[in-house]
Design a protein around this ligand. Structure first.
Ligand SMILES: [Zn+2]
Length: 93
């Protein structure tokens, strides 16, 4: 029966591996996409890891636009979101 046991444990291992790969396949792109949008990357990643397509649908429903530049409230120039000071007029956000 050692062959049968070996086959079934290999099969279980393969299934576990595929499930893990699919989970990561949902979690990683959603996490990266969330971080680009100023959303909770870890939270969305974990949610997608466990819920797969349901997490993806939920993520798409809550999708925020990609945040890269914000207009300076003082001079109106577009400045990268991570800048603390406006490089054009020195206004502090
Ligand atoms: Zn400015």
């Amino acid at each position: 029966m050692s062959i049968g046991t070996g086959v079934s444990s290999n099969l279980l291992f393969m299934i576990a591996f595929i499930l893990l790969a699919v989970s990561l396949g949902f979690a990683i792109p959603i996490g990266i996409s969330a971080s680009h949008r100023g959303m909770n990357a870890v939270g969305w990643g974990i949610l997608a890891f466990f819920t797969w397509i349901a997490g993806l649908v939920l993520f798409l429903l809550h999708l925020q636009p990609v945040v890269t530049d914000m207009p300076c409230p003082f001079c109106g120039h577009l400045i990268p979101i991570h800048h603390v000071f406006c490089p054009f007029c020195g206004h502090r956000d």
